[in-house]
Design a protein around this ligand. Structure first.
Ligand code: WTA
Length: 658
C-alpha cells in the first residue's frame, strides 16, 4: 500500500483487471447473471415495499403477519414490518428443524488447544432452550438487557440465541476490551446480568475474563447487574460471589430442553452493540428483531449463494457485528453449517487458518484484509502445504483491501478458481450493503463493486449532490433498508445528528452518512477509501481518536493529547499519539510504556498507540481546534501541504517537525 492516499486512489481507479464469474459458479447460483441482479435492483427501486414485503413473507417465519412494510413517517426513525410477530431464535432453530435440517450440523466449533465440539440443529435447539430456561430462573425476561463478555466458545452463540428466545436484548462486549470499557457499557445499557467465562485462550495464553467482570462491578459501580453466569473454560481459579455469581454448569444442564420462543414485535430490540464514532464515548447501536433478521438472512444468502452442503467459516469474533450477522444469525437463519474457531494464527501454529480449512473441508471462507496481508508478507510456502481444494468462495470484510492483497487471496488461497467477495458494511447497517454476488458480478481487485438490491448507495458532496464519476465524496445511503440501526441507545439526538444530519441535502430528504469516503469509476463500481471522520481502522477494528485521547489525558502526566491514524502496510492504519505533558513530567521510554498500558487498561489492548510523540504544543486553529490534518501528515512522514493559515502559532509546526 502506498503511504500517500491520493496515490493509492489513483492506482485503484486505474485497476483494469476484471474477473467474470466462472460459468460453473454462475450456472448453479440463485442470482446467476448481471441482468438478473439489475432486474432485482429495478424491482426494489420501483416498489420497495413490495420487494421487502415479499422477501420478509417468504424468508422468515411469522407468528403473526405484519400489516405495514415500512413506516417512514418520522424519519430517521424507521419501523419495519409493523404489527408482525416473530423470533430470530425460532427462525434460526425451530424452523430449521421443521424444514428437515434437525440432524444437519449447525455449529462446528474448534478451540485453540484443538478440541472439537459439534452441534446439530436439534442439539443446538436443546442447548439454547436450556440456557433460555436458566436465564428465566435468574429472573430475566423480555426487555432485560443481558451483557455477554465471552471467549469464542459455543456458549457465546448459545447465550445470544437464548437471550433472543426470551426477548432479552443482548449486548456483546468484545472479550479484548478492558474492565473499564466493560463497565461503561454495562452502565450505559443498564444491563441486568452478565454472561462470561472464567477465561479464554488467545495466542496460547489465558485471557482472564471473570476477574475483569469482578473489577467492572466492584464498589457497586453497576447497580443494575444482579447476576453473573460463568462458563467454565480454562479452569483457572476465580472468585465466585455468593448470590450474584452462578456457574453455567450448575444452572443450565439440568433445565428442560424445551422453551417456547417469545412472540416478539418486529420492532422489539434484539441487541445493542457498542461501536466507536468521531465524538465522545462509544455509542450503543440498536438493532431490532424482524428487519435485522431479514437483512442478516437475505444478505448471507445473496453474497455467499449458500448451498446445502457448504461448510462456512467466518473468522470474526462474536464481539463484533461480523460475528453477530455472519457467524450466528445469517448462517443459522439459512440452515447453514457455521464453523466457529477460538484461535488465531500464532507462533506455535502460524498455519492455523489453513489447517482449519483443510480439516473441516471449509467451502466458504470469510476473513479480514489484515489477516490476508500478514500471510502475504510471509509468502505462499505456508498455505501451499495445506489442501484447500474444498474452498469455492472467499470473502473479505472490515477495511479496504488493496488490489495486491486481493490478487494474492484469489491466487494463493483460492487457487484462481474462487471468486473474491469484498463486502462493505458497518455495525450500523446490520449486514452487507455493497458487495459482488458470486454468480453475477464481474469483480475488480480492490472494489466492493455494486450495492445490493434495494440499497440506494451514492457518492455525494456536502450538499448531498452526486459527484461526477471518478471524484471522491461521502458514501451515503439514500433510502431506508430493513437492517438499518434504529437509534443510538438512550440518545436519539446523537443518532439523528451523527448519521442523518451530517450532510444537509438541498432537497431536504434525509440521507444516511456512513463516515466513509468513496469514488465510483466509469463502470459504476464503488471504491471505498476509508473513514473521513475521526475514526481510525486498525486491523479492521474501529477506534475513535477521541476515545484514545480521553484515555491518554486521564493519565496524571498528560496535559493534552491528539491521536491520528498513520497508513500501515499490515494493519491498514496504526495509532499515533501526540502528547503534551504536565509541567513536572518528562518524556521517557518508561512513560511511553506507562501511557500505552494506561490506554490498554482504559479501553483494551487493541487501542494502545503504536507510537507516542511528545511535544510542547499541538497545532491548533485560532478557535482552539486541534488540526489533525497536520498531525496526520506529520505522522505519515509527509510534508505539510494545504492551508495552514488558520494555524494559531506557526512556530509549533517547526517544533513538531523535529
Ligand atoms: C470499514 C465491520 C472498505 C469502513 C463490518 C466502515 C470497509 C467500517 C469494508 C465499519 C470494506 C468495512 N471496504 N472499508 N469491504 N468493510 N469497512 O462497524 O470504514 O466494525 O465504515 O463493521 O469498516 O466497521 P464496523
Amino acid at each position: 500500500m502506498s503511504s500517500d492516499p491520493s496515490e493509492s486512489i489513483e492506482s485503484v481507479l486505474n485497476e483494469e483487471r476484471v474477473f467474470d464469474p466462472s460459468p460453473d459458479v454462475a450456472d448453479e447460483a440463485r442470482i446467476s447473471s448481471l441482468s438478473q441482479y439489475k432486474m432485482m435492483v429495478d424491482q426494489a427501486r420501483e416498489d420497495p415495499e413490495k420487494f421487502w414485503g415479499e422477501a420478509a413473507r417468504k424468508e422468515l417465519h411469522w407468528f403473526e403477519p405484519f400489516n405495514q412494510v415500512l413506516d417512514w413517517s418520522n424519519p430517521p426513525f424507521a419501523k419495519w414490518f409493523s404489527g408482525g410477530k416473530t423470533n430470530i431464535s425460532f427462525n434460526c432453530l425451530d424452523r430449521q428443524i421443521q424444514n428437515g435440517n434437525g440432524d444437519k450440523e449447525a455449529i462446528i466449533w474448534e478451540g485453540e488447544p484443538g478440541e472439537i465440539r459439534r452441534f446439530t440443529y436439534k442439539q443446538l435447539h436443546q442447548e439454547v432452550c436450556r440456557a433460555a430456561n436458566a436465564l428465566k430462573d435468574l429472573g430475566l425476561g423480555k426487555g432485560d438487557l443481558v451483557a455477554l463478555y465471552m471467549p469464542m466458545v459455543p456458549e457465546a452463540a448459545i447465550a445470544m440465541l437464548a437471550c433472543a428466545r426470551i426477548g432479552a436484548p443482548h449486548s456483546v462486549v468484545f472479550g479484548g476490551f478492558s474492565s473499564e470499557a466493560l463497565r461503561d457499557r454495562l452502565i450505559d445499557g443498564e444491563a441486568k446480568a452478565v454472561i462470561t467465562a472464567d477465561g479464554g485462550y488467545r495466542k496460547d495464553k489465558v485471557i482472564e475474563l471473570k476477574s475483569a467482570v469482578d473489577l467492572a462491578l466492584a464498589n457497586n459501580a453497576c447497580p443494575s447487574v444482579k447476576s453473573v453466569l460463568v462458563v467454565q473454560r480454562t479452569n483457572e481459579s476465580i472468585d465466585m460471589q455468593t448470590g450474584r455469581d452462578h456457574w453455567w454448569h450448575d444452572l443450565v444442564p439440568s433445565q428442560s430442553d424445551f422453551c417456547s420462543a417469545e412472540h416478539m414485535d418486529s420492532e422489539d430490540r434484539l441487541f445493542v452493540l457498542y461501536t466507536s464514532g468521531s465524538t465522545g464515548k462509544p455509542k450503543g447501536v440498536v438493532h431490532t428483531t424482524a428487519g435485522y433478521n431479514l437483512w442478516a438472512h437475505l444478505t448471507f444468502q445473496w453474497i455467499f449463494d449458500i448451498r446445502d452442503d457448504d461448510i462456512y467459516w467466518c473468522t470474526a469474533d462474536v464481539g463484533w457485528i461480523t460475528g453477530h450477522s455472519y457467524i450466528v444469525y445469517g448462517p443459522l437463519s439459512n440452515g447453514a453449517t457455521s464453523v466457529m474457531y477460538e484461535g488465531v494464527p500464532r507462533p506455535s501454529n502460524p498455519g492455523a487458518f489453513w489447517e482449519v480449512i483443510e480439516k473441516h473441508k471449509v467451502s466458504i471462507f470469510y476473513t479480514a484484509p489484515t489477516a490476508i496481508r500478514a500471510f502475504m508478507k510471509n509468502g505462499r510456502s505456508l498455505p501451499d502445504k495445506y489442501n484447500m481444494n474444498s474452498l469455492r468462495l472467499l470473502g473479505t470484510v472490515g477495511e479496504p483491501i488493496n488490489p495486491e492483497a486481493w490478487m494474492w487471496y484469489r491466487e494463493v488461497i483460492g487457487g484462481n478458481r474462487c471468486p473474491v467477495i469484498d463486502t462493505w458494511w458497518q455495525t450500523e447497517t446490520g449486514g452487507v450493503m455493497i458487495s459482488p454476488l458470486p454468480g453475477a458480478t464481474p469483480t475488480k481487485p480492490g472494489s466492493a463493486t455494486f450495492p445490493l438490491p434495494g440499497i440506494e448507495a451514492d457518492v455525494v458532496n456536502a450538499n448531498g449532490e452526486t459527484v461526477p464519476t471518478g471524484e471522491g465524496g461521502y458514501l451515503v445511503i439514500r433510502k431506508p433498508w430493513p437492517g438499518m440501526m434504529r437509534t443510538v441507545h438512550g440518545n436519539e439526538k446523537r443518532f439523528r445528528e451523527s448519521y442523518w444530519e451530517y450532510l444537509r441535502p438541498t432537497g431536504g430528504n434525509l440521507i444516511y452518512f456512513a463516515g466513509d469516503g468513496a469514488r465510483r469509476d466509469s463502470d459504476g463500481y464503488f471504491w471505498v477509501m476509508g473513514r473521513v471522520d475521526d475514526v481510525i481502522n486498525v486491523s479492521g477494528h474501529r477506534l475513535g481518536t477521541m476515545e484514545i485521547e480521553s484515555a491518554l489525558v486521564s493519565h496524571p502526566a498528560v496535559s493534552e493529547a491528539a491521536v491520528v491514524g498513520r497508513p500501515d502496510d499490515l494493519k491498514g492504519e496504526s495509532v499515533v499519539a501526540f502528547v503534551t505533558l504536565e509541567g513536572t513530567s518528562s518524556a521517557s521510554d518508561h512513560l511511553i510504556n506507562d501511557l500505552r498500558n494506561h490506554v490498554g487498561n482504559e479501553i483494551g489492548a487493541i487501542a494502545k498507540p503504536d507510537e507516542i510523540r511528545f511535544s510542547d504544543a499541538l497545532p491548533k486553529t485560532r478557535s482552539g481546534k486541534i488540526m489533525r490534518r497536520i498531525l496526520r501528515s506529520l505522522a505519515a512522514g509527509n510534508d505539510i501541504s494545504g492551508d495552514t493559515s488558520t494555524l494559531e502559532d506557526r512556530s509549533v509546526l517547526d517544533k513538531l517537525r523535529n
